[in-house]
Write a protein that binds this ligand. Structure first.
Ligand SMILES: CC(C)(COP(=O)(O)OP(=O)(O)OC[C@H]1O[C@@H](n2cnc3c(N)ncnc32)[C@H](O)[C@@H]1OP(=O)(O)O)[C@@H](O)C(=O)NCCC(=O)NCCS
Length: 159
């Protein structure tokens, strides 16, 4: 799972993506401290403890570096974090399986990358792109960083 590089100075236009999702009843918003347990439960239930740990770190940043997608019932359907395991790093990101293919992932990614851009970075690094390399290539023209696997993740404690 290599890392990938994104040019934050060439981020694609995102207004239309957000508008279309809003018309379908979805909102892409920054996570709030009072919702921390709810967000971490969502990540634990749908993904992994590793991602719960990274997401928890995002709640220690100010502003909180976790973006969530919620439906019209205020149910969480996706999340994305940045500036957690390393500075300028994007990830993790996950959309509930039943809600994939609706552009929620793209919107979460663009909102999080905008957050990194506003912190002053020129480039973002997508940490451990796993099976989603095609997603990052397609949505934000990310490129694989040669020789970056396992990279910073070599000390992770796998089960
Ligand atoms: C990767 C993930 C976040 C994408 O979320 P999503 O909401 O389904 O994606 P979107 O609907 O926003 O997709 C945007 C575009 O990327 C494409 N795409 C989505 N996932 C893709 C993938 N794994 N490989 C290639 N292209 C992909 C879509 O087809 C779509 O293209 P289109 O605009 O031509 O239709 C989601 O599949 C997921 O949660 N996967 C499991 C967790 C994971 O792997 N996270 C990434 C780890 S680094």
């Amino acid at each position: 799972m290599p890392d990938m590089l994104v040019k934050l100075y060439e981020l694609p236009e995102s207004t239309e993506v957000f508008k279309e999702l809003e018309n379908k009843g979805y909102r892409i918003i920054r996570a709030m401290a009072p919702n921390k347990i709810k967000v971490l439960d969502f990540v634990r239930k749908n993904f992994s403890d590793y991602w719960v740990s990274e997401c928890d770190v995002a709640f220690s940043n100010n502003p909180i570096s976790c973006i969530i997608a919620v439906d019209s019932n205020k149910e969480i359907v996706g999340f994305a974090c940045y500036e957690t395991t390393c500075k300028a790093f994007f990830g993790p990101i996950g959309v509930k399986e039943s809600h994939r293919g609706l552009n929620l992932g793209k919107a979460l990614l663009l909102a999080a990358l905008q957050g990194l851009k506003e912190m002053g970075y020129a480039y973002a690094i997508i940490g451990g792109a796993e099976d989603a390399i095609g997603f990052y290539e397609k949505t934000v023209n990310a490129t694989v960083i040669p020789g970056s696997a396992p990279g910073i993740y070599k000390n992770m404690l796998y089960p």
